[in-house]
Design a binder for this molecule. Structure first.
Ligand code: NDP
Length: 281
């Protein structure tokens, strides 16, 4: 039976550390969250971000904009926030309504305030091995792997999924940590064999219980990013019940990657605050 990596506890401890750090500050790290429309999942994510900001002792502003906000009006909001000194981090909640182009909007965020790490500049800096704001999910996963105290260097890592927000930055972080990395996707042949070669297996697919025990190497570290709703219950991309007996470490869903993703947004905002105050000196 694997050790279950407790993302909830790890996230709580990061938020507690941030709260201790901000308690003694006269000015606070500030985050602005922009939500457009009433997508229920987005609403719940935005509410969580507001709660996390409070727990970390940050200043926060939440903008809940109507579904028919124009792209120009949203960009104007972003630009106003770029100019405001008390706002260190800006997050545009995805998905945006269909009449907007997410990339256009996201790339208006000042790179120093890009706490989600989704601008082309942040992604390019990560790719080039330069300091950058890294997308919260993969950044949080690296922390969860650190929790295992296992060395990443030299290990074989397989990431299933190649999205810009999870799969690709995840692969890049593992590569930067000197793992030998393979990225799999829907056109990958021999997926089972490739996955079964992984010392570290990250599943970011969006299909309930996709990763079965026969796809997992004995003793592997298994990270489950997936969030799927099955009969009203949250289920990951990994068949947890069967895989847990084969691997050495595994993240649960819920309580694994999700809470760490949230904590990393706070961590990035804190780092943005330090960076901007350093530059202002
Ligand atoms: P995307 O839909 O953008 O990407 C899914 C990836 O899975 C694609 O690259 C796709 O391949 C690949 N894929 C789909 N089917 C298969 C298959 N049969 N075999 C191999 N690969 C396949 O999703 P995201 O990256 O945004 O998210 C992935 C999951 O993680 C979702 O469940 C999402 O809800 C969750 N998530 C969780 C977060 C958290 O905080 N816990 C944060 C972000 C996401 P192809 O490119 O070829 O289409």
């Amino acid at each position: 039976m694997a050790v279950i990596i407790d993302g909830k506890a790890a996230a709580q401890s990061i938020k507690k550390k941030l709260a201790d750090l901000t308690a003694g500050m006269t000015s606070k790290p500030g985050i602005a969250v922009l939500q457009v429309g009433e997508n229920p999942a987005s609403q719940s994510y935005v509410n969580s971000k507001e709660k996390d900001s409070q727990e970390a002792g940050f200043y926060s502003e939440i903008f809940r904009l109507s579904e028919n906000t124009t792209q120009e009006a949203l960009i104007k909001r972003v630009e106003d926030l770029n100019a405001r000194k008390e706002i260190n981090g800006i997050l545009v909640q995805l998905p945006l309504p269909k009449h907007m182009d997410s990339d256009t909007v996201l790339n208006k965020i000042n790179v120093l305030k890009d706490v989600d790490g989704f601008t082309y500049i942040s992604a390019g800096r990560l790719m080039s091995g330069k300091p950058a704001f890294v997308a919260c999910t993969p950044k949080g996963i690296m922390k969860l792997i650190e929790e295992t105290k296992e060395k990443i260097e030299g290990k074989t890592a397989v990431v299933i999924g190649r999205s810009n927000i999870v799969g690709k930055p995840m692969a890049m972080l593992l590569l930067n940590a000197n793992a030998t990395v393979t990225i799999c996707h829907s056109k990958t042949k021999n997926l089972k064999e490739v996955c079964a070669s992984a010392d570290i297996l990250v599943a970011a697919i969006g299909r309930a219980k996709f990763v079965t025990a026969d796809m997992v190497k004995s003793g592997a570290i298994v990270i489950d990013v997936g969030i799927n709703r099955v009969d009203g219950k949250l289920v990951g991309d990994v068949d947890f019940e069967n895989v847990k007996d084969k691997c050495s470490f595994i993240t649960p869903v819920p309580g694994g990657v999700g809470p760490m993703t949230r904590a990393m947004l706070m961590q990035n905002t804190y780092e943005a605050y330090l960076l901007q105050n350093e530059r202002a000196k």
